[in-house]
Ligand binder design. Structure first.
Ligand code: DX5
Ligand code: ZN
Length: 221
């Protein structure tokens, strides 16, 4: 297992002060910036695009930017995010007509590639492509909104994906997204996640450093 990564979702940040919010959460000990892109088509919400990613880079953010695409179609927007400074780009297989081609596209643009599984998406979407991925992102809520409750069946799914990743012998990260809080992150880590997205649990508290430190203690067990 790789060292744990905490990736605050800026979906719950104050967008009127986004640069300051990202600086603050990174200064508080976050590892990555989780960047939720919603298109009011694949999911019923509309958020931010490559211009905002580029603005964060221009603002001076050097941490990895973990772009979670909830858009359909996927391929058209991938080069724009690569140019805007994305480090990783993850997408939902339901939103891409040719999943293998999209993974190759992300890599050819110089980014790391992730595949996202919704709560009801079966694990067999990983067949034939798992070894080409840098990251598997398991949704523990249905995509579209922050602040939803963690779906408990995600724990069993995490264990099964962890076993599949371990069987490859490759350093593929296993990321969890949705309803992650200090009081459930220990079980989530024990089930095999090594990369933790949290939006409302971090940005909903006044002291980001305290929440992140609490999460790290829970992960360490
Ligand atoms: C949901 C997004 C998540 C969300 C997580 O579609 O992908 O990243 O912002 O928010 P919390 O941690 O509040 O569930
Ligand atoms: Zn997300």
């Amino acid at each position: 297992m790789q060292p744990p990564v905490i990736a605050p979702s800026i979906l719950s940040a104050d967008f009127a002060r986004l640069g300051e919010e990202v600086d603050a959460v990174l200064a508080a000990g976050a590892d990555w910036v989780h960047f939720d892109v919603m298109d009011n088509h694949y999911v019923p919400n509309l958020t931010i695009g490559p211009l905002v990613c580029e603005a964060l880079r221009r603002h001076g953010v050097t941490a990895p930017i973990d772009v979670h695409l909830m858009v359909e179609p996927v391929d058209r927007i991938v080069p724009d995010f690569a140019k805007a400074g994305a480090t990783l780009i993850s997408f939902h297989p339901e939103a891409s007509r040719h999943v293998h081609r999209t993974i190759q596209l992300i890599r050819s643009e110089g980014c790391q590639a992730g595949l996202v599984l919704n709560p009801a998406t079966p694990l067999d979407v990983l067949d034939h492509v798992l070894e080409d991925l840098d990251l598997v992102l398991l949704m523990s809520v249905n995509p579209g909104f922050g602040g939803q409750a963690f779906i408990p069946s995600a724990l069993d799914k995490l264990r099964r994906v962890r076993a599949r990743i371990d069987a490859t012998g490759k350093p593929i990260r296993l990321e969890i997204d949705g309803g992650v809080k200090p009081d459930n992150i220990r079980d989530i880590a024990a089930a095999g996640a090594d990369t933790f997205v949290a939006g409302s649990a971090i940005f909903g508290q006044p002291d980001y450093a305290a929440v992140i430190a609490h999460m790290r203690r829970e992960i360490a067990g």
